[in-house]
Design a binder for this molecule. Structure first.
Ligand code: NAP
Length: 250
């Protein structure tokens, strides 16, 4: 029988990394609103407290854990604190350290690779045994970037990491399909987050003008795509990269 609401996430447990702010916060909020239990993993205890207050109406289904995804011990400690087997993992935590290649330091390279690429490996590895063994509805959604598809001036480290995320996604899609997983990536374009809101209005207008849709993306645009890929409705979507960029990369 067909599920009457393939977008209900009741009785599903979701882990969202980098879920205390920006895109990750909206993803966590959307899953909570759809009935899921959500474990938000983020770096800063203060940001986690703020997120917890903002999501207080769903507090009975929310867990917040301070985790550094670049540190394997930190990930293992958090995984041991999970209350339920995991159904859905959203690998969203990410950082930038932008500089032209000539100016980029070894530290800039190492920091971005450690969080944006090795962090995904650490979290997925650390949670692998925590997924429901019997579920045929296991989902991993990795947040890449259009930059991982097309490169970008000043982002050698970030573009390499985000391209690596796509390579991992396709490999896991091949390896884990038979174990009841789908694994997909989302490549967001320019999304309005606290980071972009700090930019001058004319710069934001120039960015929006480059997009065929003539606007920046909202965090909800990415959360909606994550919800779709995590839903019953997307059970035959595997190892794909969904660009959510208003047509930027056309
Ligand atoms: P954001 O607001 O900075 O959120 C990222 C979150 O990840 C922050 O709460 C951050 O914590 C956390 N984080 C950083 N390092 C971490 C670590 N080592 N362990 C655990 N958490 C860590 O950024 P966003 O714009 O929402 O981006 C979310 C994802 O979308 C990222 O992967 C980003 O690369 C990707 N993306 C964003 C855009 C865009 O236009 N915004 C476009 C394409 C792709 P702190 O704040 O404490 O560092």
């Amino acid at each position: 029988m067909t599920n009457p609401n393939p977008f209900s996430f009741q009785n599903k447990t979701v882990v969202v990394t980098g879920g205390a702010s920006g895109i990750g916060f909206q993803i966590a909020k959307s899953f909570l609103e759809a009935g899921a239990k959500v474990s938000v993993w983020d770096y800063s205890p203060a940001a986690l407290e703020t997120a917890k207050s903002a999501l207080a109406t769903h507090g009975d289904r929310l867990q917040t854990l301070s985790v550094d995804v670049s540190q394997r011990d930190s990930v293992k400690k958090a995984a041991a604190e999970l209350k339920n087997p995991v159904d859905i993992l959203v690998n969203n935590a990410g950082i930038t350290r932008d500089k032209s290649f000539a100016k980029m330091t070894e530290e800039d390279w190492d920091a971005v690779i450690a969080v944006n690429l090795t962090g995904l490996f650490n979290v997925t590895k650390g949670l692998f045994e925590h997924f429901s063994p019997t579920s045929s509805h296991k989902r991993i959604v990795n947040i890449s970037s259009v930059v991982g598809l097309y490169g970008n001036f000043g982002q050698t480290n970030y573009a390499a990491a985000k391209a690596g995320v796509i390579g991992m996604t396709k490999t896991w899609g091949k390896e884990l399909g038979r174990k009841g997983f789908t694994v997909n990536a989302i490549a967001p374009g320019f999304i309005r987050t606290p980071m972009t809101e700090a930019m001058p209005l004319e710069v934001l207008a120039q960015m929006a003008a480059k997009v065929p849709a003539q606007r920046l993306g909202e965090t909800s645009d990415i959360a909606n795509a994550v919800m779709f890929l995590s839903s019953e409705a997307a059970s035959y979507v595997n190892a794909s990269v969904l660009s959510v960029d208003g047509g930027l990369t056309l």
